[in-house]
Design a protein around this ligand. Sequence first.
Ligand code: FRU
Length: 493
Amino acid sequence: MRCKETLLAESRAYERALSAFIPESDRPLVHLTPMVGWMNDPNGFCHYNGEYHLFYQYYPYDTVWGPMHWGHAVSRDLVRWEYRPAALAPDTAADEGGCFSGSAVPLDDGRLMLVYTGVQKENAEHPERQAQCVAIGDGTDFVKSEKKPVMPAALLPAGYSARDFRDPKIWRGADGRFYCVAGNRHETRQGAAVLFESENGLDWRFIGELDASRGEVGRMWECPDFFALDGTHVLLVSPQEMEGDAALGFHPGNNTAAVIGDYDETTHAFTRRALQPVDEGFEFYAPQTTLTPDGRRVMIAWMEDWETQAGKARTHKWFGRMTLPRELFMKDGRLCQRPVREIETLRSDSVSVQGALIDGDAAFRGVQGRAIDLTATLHIGNAACRRFEMRFAEDERHYTLVRCDLERGAVTFDRSMSGSRRNIPHTRTVKADCADGRLTLRLILDGDSAELFVGSGEHTVSALIDTPLTAEGISFHADGAIHVDIEKHALKK
Ligand code: FRU
């Protein structure tokens, strides 16, 4: 039995000692992994004192989920990360069931405030419940607020849940006030995003509900985020237990959704205009965003899936990773994404093939590798080609397939030949806009992590593949003539 008072110090000593046994070569190049042990959601993503800080749901002692701590890493450029000591441990009565997800905001006095969910275990007075807590510090060490919790479920009107009340995302309004959106499970409206305000970050008032599932978008909304983007407002949520919706692109189970709408900053009413998945791949959950000093809205997510992670082999002393940070922007009413431009600072060994005519099978000298940033632009205007394929991470036995159905306007990501031995989903199909005579595919492959950006990033697919790292081949196939431009860059640190 560990002693509560020393939990944080113990976890820091443990991660320092154990991480020394994990060579860099055991980790992906750019995808952040936990210092040691288990990682899930990104937390407290912010820019503070000249550095990006990224905290994460963390259990250092095993490669499975356990009592939640907050791990911590910092970066100057969003692609090269350094570990910092664990920031929070479940060491008070208000969070002894775990320090669940949350966010961070710099304070006027120069300190950094973390807001997170404290899970209170069931006792004689109450069943297990969740409430929001605060810890304030200098960016490395944080002191939990005397007031524990700062945002109890008692602030919520009847009908909301005290058991499922979590994942506060905090920001400062133009009026200087603190605002916070949290996830909840409403008795009738199910998944819901609830909004609070505060003068000082410690005393909170419930304002209202931004939006809810209304029986259609999952049973519980985890990890909400809410921000202005290109003249509109976006609410990100991670809905649990959704039914599939082929028209919108949601698969059955846990999803990530972007609600796009109009927000009235005076009344705090948010009106939904559109709904879309954030990422249509296999491994993507709980995204969180921050604003960069130059005004970009950057998102990062947990590159795993609750339902399939359990059956995965634990091949390292770490488990779980983050996606690449991605810049968000709106295009024709749709939330789009591109990898952060800082990734370009890792490029080397570039190969450019302009206007290659592909008819049948093709491969290009130097276009290969497992740490690459590759863009293929298909000129489909007057091409005879109807079906175009790209295979990557290819050897004699394995490949992962990106298949473009140019007539139907669809791109299928198929990892069924990637070496998987499990009966889990292996294919996803997303829409592709082929209207302006071009289709762009950008693939960032980092060992076993693949992120595909289709078109201008209207659709993305995040996927992990089981293929041995020696499978470096990339090949193309067209069922009729088509001109293709290919830009490939190796990624190196
Ligand atoms: C989402 C989530 C959050 C919760 C955290 C616990 O992945 O379930 O709702 O705060 O993970 O680790």
